[in-house]
Design a protein around this ligand. Structure first.
Ligand code: SAH
Length: 244
């Protein structure tokens, strides 16, 4: 049985799967059988349509995200990882609530340019890490079937909440970024190094250039629900494929 990790950064991002939110929990179809506390995080193990699931949130930022991704893979045996959450829009065509699937991820705050290297690069690494083509294909077919506009694009990750037009512009021009968040590239590096197919989905929560408190909290819940529902539809597809 294939084991799939479902990961968010904040509790709100995985709440739609749990029995906590105001919406109907997506997890009601999951057969929940075990909760495990490990390394400061709570992991939920469950079964869904012939898939083994490990579900949890990492807490915000690259270090926390790397720990959780590695734990889901090394301790819980996840064979694929789907990240769900929210991001700030860089590409002006992305509006609040829109979905973006990363086709490339980079770290905008990784900087050893003093040694002549490009931004986002360290020796033996790469500036852009790419998610699984197969999972991107599954995402596209879910989007087509449900007539959801799913954009693909570059997601830039760093340990900063971006709420400043100048920094946003710099990240856009330096990395050709479409969206900004704080965990995706960390998860990407871990999965890439451990040969685990992964996928990063984000629903837009803000435009990365205004006062954070202005719109963020308001749209966090709705956008988390949008992203989680899409990931659940992907699980349905993955489970169907497994039957064949
Ligand atoms: N409201 C939270 C803090 C949220 S930090 C609190 O007060 O505790 C922002 C989170 O959403 C991160 O997990 C990041 O991945 C994502 N995110 C959304 N918009 C972002 C932006 N403009 N810049 C960086 N990260 C963003």
């Amino acid at each position: 049985m294939m084991k799939i990790a479902i990961m968010g950064a904040m509790i709100e991002e995985v709440e739609p799967f749990l029995n906590l939110g105001e919406h109907e929990p997506l997890l009601k179809y999951f057969k929940k059988h075990n909760d495990v506390n490990y390394g400061g995080n709570l992991y939920h193990e469950a079964k869904y349509k012939g898939l083994d699931i490990v579900l949890g949130y990492s807490k915000i930022g690259k270090v926390n995200a790397a720990l959780t991704a590695a734990t889901m893979i090394e301790k819980f045996g996840a064979e694929q990882l789907l990240f769900t959450g929210v991001a700030g829009a860089v590409n002006p065509s992305l509006k609040i609530g829109d979905l973006i699937a990363a086709t490339q991820l980079c770290q905008h705050d990784l900087d050893i340019t003093a040694f002549g290297h490009p931004h986002g690069y360290v020796p033996e690494g790469k500036v852009y890490v790419e998610p699984s083509r197969e999972l991107l294909r599954i995402a596209k077919s879910v989007a087509d079937e449900k007539e959801i506009a799913l954009k693909g694009g570059v997601i830039a990750t760093g340990d900063q909440f971006i709420a400043d037009p100048e920094r946003k512009k710099w990240i856009e021009t330096t990395f050709d970024a479409d969206a900004i968040e704080m965990e995706g590239a960390a998860v990407a590096v871990v999965c890439d190094q451990l040969n685990i197919p992964f996928f990063v989905l984000r629903a837009i929560s803000d435009t990365a250039d205004t006062d954070a408190t202005f719109d963020f909290d308001e749209f966090l819940k709705h956008s988390s629900q949008v992203s989680s529902s899409f990931v659940l539809a992907m699980l349905d597809k993955i489970a169907d494929g497994q039957d064949q």
